[in-house]
Structure formats: C-alpha cells, structure tokens
Ligand binder design. Structure first.
Ligand code: HEM
Length: 420
C-alpha cells in the first residue's frame, strides 16, 4: 500500500478525511494510487466523468474485490439467482431500459403522495421515546424511518424489517472495500437469503397483484429498446428490488444523523431552522454536501482518456470522490463551513449526477425534510448526551460515511402551547 492508500483507509483519516481531501484537491487532484485506482477529487472533473457514459463505464463489480471469488463464495452464490447488472453497475442501453422503469416509481407526484405516510412513520417513531428526554437517534429514529418507508412502498411485511436491515447492511458492506474473506462469505449468504425471500414475494404477486412497488415491477414491461414489451426475468427483478431496498437505507439514515449533529454543533443555525421550517430543505442539502453519505464510487475508463489534464489508460478504475468534490472551494466558497442557508448547496454531488443520478433523491429529500420538521417540531433544547458515548465516525469504509450512534437529550414541546 502506498501513502495515499494507507491514508485513505486509516481509521483517523476515515474519522475525519477533510484535511486529507483538501490536500488531494490542491496538490494532486487527479492521480493514481499504487493500489491501482485513480482519484478524481475536484467538482468539475467528477461531474465531467459521471456525465460521460460513452467513455466511462459503471460496471464497478470488480472494483471492490481483490482477486477472483473463492470456491466457497461461488458455491454460496450458486444457491441464489446470480448477479445481473440492471442499474448501478449497468451502462446504456441496458441501464436506460431499467432506469425508465424505476423512474416511474419515483416520480415527484408519487413521492408527494407518500408525504403523509412518511410523517406518520416519523411521529410514531418519536412517540416511542419523546417522554424520555433522551434518545439514541440513529437506532431509534434514523434507521427506522427509511426502512419502514421502503418496506411499505415495496409492499413487504413490517414484521420482517429486522431481516431487511441485516440484508441491507450486508449488501452494502462489500462497498467498504475492506471486508475479510469470512465477512465476504457472510454477506453472500445474506444476499442469497434475501433473494429467496423476495423471489417468493414476487411469485405471490404474479397472479395476485397489489397496490405496491413489487407488483408494479413484477408486471412492468420495457417501453422501448430491444426488449420492448417484455417483462423482467427473476434475476433482473431481484437485482432492481435489492437496489431499491438497500440503496436508500443506510444513506438516508446517515443523512438524518449528520444533519442533526451539524445543527447541534451550530446552535444559532439550530435556532433559525427551528423557528422557520422553510429553511429545512436547505439544511438537508447542506448536510448532504458536508457529510455526504456516499463518499466515493468508481467508474471504469472504456478507452484512453484525459481527466483534469491527466492521461489515464483504458481499463483504469477512477474513484469519483463525491464527498471531496462537495467541499471544493472553487464551487463552494468557505466550503468547510456549515451554512444551512448556502445558496448553491443543492448543486451538491451527494446523489451523483448524469444518467446514474440517484432515482431515490426526491424520496430521500422528502424523508430528510419530514424528519427534521418532526424532530424540531416536537422537541427543543437538543444537545449531546454527555453521559453516553460521544458521536464518532468509526465505520471502516472508504465508500460510506456516517455516525454509528448519536445520543441526545432534549425537552419535549407542548403541542398545545408551541406554534407548529
Ligand atoms: C440520502 C440518501 C441517498 C444518497 C446519499 C444516495 C446516493 C446515491 C448516489 C451517489 C448514487 C449514484 C451512484 C453512481 O454515481 O453511480 C445513487 C444511485 C442510486 N440510488 Fe441513491 N441515495 C440515497 C437514497 C436513495 C433512496 C431513498 C433510494 C430508493 C428507494 C435510492 C436508490 C438508488 C438506486 C436504485 C441507485 C442506482 C441508480 C442508477 O445506477 O441508475 N437511493 N444513490
């Protein structure tokens, strides 16, 4: 491992990578690490790569694994439905066909229809601890909100949510790039279990469609392209469902926790946002920008390319450093400063950009907004609970960033007395 590689995976840098990111942006904005991959760190360079699917592929399936899969791993995967590329790891024209199906499910109108349900879920979660004056916000709120929303939207039983949480965690864990072989096997077992569970739920909807996303997907037909009129086969269905289930959970959890900690660390901005909830959408964007849940994702150069003036050979893996680009001073003056009213915060790359731009962004933004409206509407005097473990970023992952816990104290607002 080189210095860059060691730094990238060192617990200290992972806990707070921002000084290191600044150095990369300033001293070597595009460079190859001896681990092999290329770092792309500036806002404009990241944007130009992710928009260009002609020259850059999203087939990142080999980017996070070292060496070929073991016999044991292959044997576990053989018990499932295989691994096909539909969205995250697909390129046009295949990606375009699947994306058209998924986009329909997340049209702004459909997301708006979920608003009241999201609010009810948020309030139900708060009801469980509001009388207590203290809460561990990650496990008691930020995990449950997106998990319940997506379970309900897909149409799967809430009683199975603990299993979804495990499947979801095990599905994104390989993205850390730092799993041991034994952990990789455990994640593969979990994935196969999820596939069998979801295949059963899909079969139930074959003859008995319901008003849910699973039924929509089971009965969906491609609109255009060489598969026009055809339905998705089971491995394709499972690939799309897995991504919908997992992509929006940990990420949204991390966004909510990060936003709350930023507010607590900046009491004057907490007061402003609590007094005027129209500032909440801006707060959500600024939290996404400053503490991007997805810190980086790869692309593969299909041909010899030049990025930021640096020549990169075909076949190279390029890391899109979303979390680093979101602090690029050329785009965001005083970029390291938290400013819930920052004018251009919504241009952040936390949801990516281009054809792979997160299809769940409208839903995640809505969940974030409702989460803060609920939390700040129902309690005040939010503070770190000094008697409990202090918030840290202990997760060993190059890709995901977020708080593993956030112990807080607060004072319940009396709904009869306080303005909403
Ligand atoms: C704060 C929350 C979220 C963040 C930060 C986030 C982040 C991202 C990012 C960065 C990408 C782009 C990947 C790339 O560049 O290759 C992406 C794609 C994706 N996201 Fe999200 N996401 C969030 C919430 C959600 C939600 C709620 C859902 C669905 C319910 C979702 C589903 C997906 C899917 C299916 C893709 C793949 C899209 C494609 O490749 O075309 N995400 N997300």
């Amino acid at each position: 491992m080189s210095v860059t590689d060691e730094i990238l995976v060192s617990p200290d840098v992972l806990a707070c990578p921002y000084d290191f990111y600044r150095r990369i942006r300033e001293e070597a904005p595009v460079h190859q690490t001896p681990m092999g991959f290329w770092v792309v760190s500036r806002y404009d360079d990241v944007l130009s790569v992710v928009r260009d699917t002609e020259r850059f592929s999203s087939d990142m399936r080999n980017s996070f694994v070292s060496g070929p899969p073991s016999e044991e791993l292959r044997a576990i995967e053989a018990e499932g439905y295989g691994r096909v590329s539909t969205l995250l790891t697909a390129d046009p024209p295949v990606h375009t066909q699947f994306r058209a199906l998924v986009n329909k499910a997340f049209l702004p109108k459909r997301v708006a229809q979920l608003e009241e349900e999201i609010r009810t879920i948020a309030n139900d979660l708060v009801d469980a601890w509001i009388g207590r004056g203290r809460v561990e916000l990650v496990t008691e709120f930020a995990v449950g909100l997106p998990l319940t929303v997506i379970a309900d939207a897909l149409g799967v039983d809430r009683a199975d949510m603990p299993r979804f949480k495990k499947w979801s965690d095990d599905s994104v864990a390989p993205l850390s790039g730092l799993l041991t072989p034994e952990q990789q096997l455990e994640c593969a077992r979990s994935r196969v279990e999820m596939q069998h569970y979801m295949a059963e739920r899909c079969r139930e909807r074959e003859d008995d469609p319901r008003d849910d996303l699973l039924s929509d997907l089971v009965h969906a037909r491609f609109d255009s392209g060489d598969r026009a009129g055809e339905r998705l086969d089971m491995p394709e269905l499972l690939s799309v469902i897995e991504q919908l289930l997992v992509a929006g959970n940990e990420t949204t959890t991390k966004m909510i926790a990060a936003g709350m900690l930023l507010l607590i660390e900046h009491p004057e901005q907490m007061a402003a946002v609590a007094a005027d909830h129209s500032l909440i959408p801006g707060l959500v964007e600024e939290a996404l920008r400053l503490e991007s849940p997805v810190q980086m994702l790869p692309r593969v150069a299909k041909v010899d390319v030049e990025v930021g003036g640096v020549a990169i050979p075909a076949g190279s893996i390029l890391m899109m450093m979303y979390g680093c680009a979101n602090r690029d001073e050329a785009k965001y003056p005083t970029a390291d400063r938290f400013d819930a009213a920052r004018a251009n915060a919504r241009t952040n790359l936390a949801f990516g950009q281009g054809p792979h731009f997160c299809p769940g962004a409208a839903l995640a933004r809505s969940e974030g907004r409702i989460a803060f409206e609920t939390l700040l509407g129902r309690a005040t005097d939010w503070a770190i609970d000094t008697t409990a473990e202090q918030p840290t970023h202990r997760e060993l992952s190059m890709t995901l960033r977020g708080l593993s816990g956030l112990h807080l104290t607060f004072r319940e607002l009396d709904p009869a007395k306080e303005p909403s």
